[in-house]
Design a protein around this ligand. Sequence first.
Ligand code: AMP
Length: 280
Amino acid sequence: MIIFTKIEQLHPYLEAQRKQNKNIGFVPTMGALHQGHISLIKQSKNSCDITVCSIFVNPTQFNDKNDLARYPRMPEKDTDLLKNGDCDVLFLPSINEIYPKKNTSNFDFGYLDKILEGEHRPGHFNGVAQVVKRFFEIIQPHKAFFGSKDYQQVMIVKALVKQMNSKIEIIACPILREADGLAMSSRNALLSEDERQIASIIPKLMMEAKLTLNKNGIEAAKAIVIKQLSELKQVKLDYYEICSANTLCALDDFHKNEKAISLIAVFVGKIRLIDNLELN
Ligand code: AMP
């Protein structure tokens, strides 16, 4: 695996690959890597000649300074994981490399960045779009791989690519989970042992709500999640919504022939976790 920290070194390397007609796959991450990230690397390796992974904790997508300060950073462990995953290139840029000038670009995603994560984390998706656009311009990949755990993010990135008039293919990859069902996340490492155990209620409740949804409808499904989480004092529900999987607009009724998805954000102690579950 080759490690680059400077664009001026990465560029000629990628240019040489393109000249040999090699397909470039890109996996952007914020580090503290786990098997969910590695599954994206594997998907890229399956369909591209060269896989580039970036690790960059993007300050512009954090609306909460404490969240940014406590975000886990473990570059050595990450490097080992990527080497074992046969990643070809690791790009580890500094903040100055990504944002040489104060980046003030503003994007318009209509309603999409104002609901769910966008509503609860103001400015988050603008920051995501800033960094993803910058990486796309630097790396110019053929394909970019994103996890469906961040379902709304995938939709934002697809909208961004359209706005950029870009041909980059966005591939959404399945959510990898721990043995007890908790979605893998870099933030899981910040949970205490107790909190980690409590967090496993999230996927279980989502499954329970899915069963209720089929029998008793949306309001009953939501009530289960709200009630059970309100009984746990270490947990605070940020939102639980049942939405169209195509538009992310909240659904009033559930029809089996309309693709639907439930999305949740929960604080376990101080740590905010998100997850989602397809409902059809
Ligand atoms: P992050 O480092 O959290 O910004 O995530 C980098 C990429 O990995 C994003 O596209 C995430 O959606 C994806 N990802 C994070 N967790 C998982 C998971 N449990 N399964 C699959 N992909 C994931």
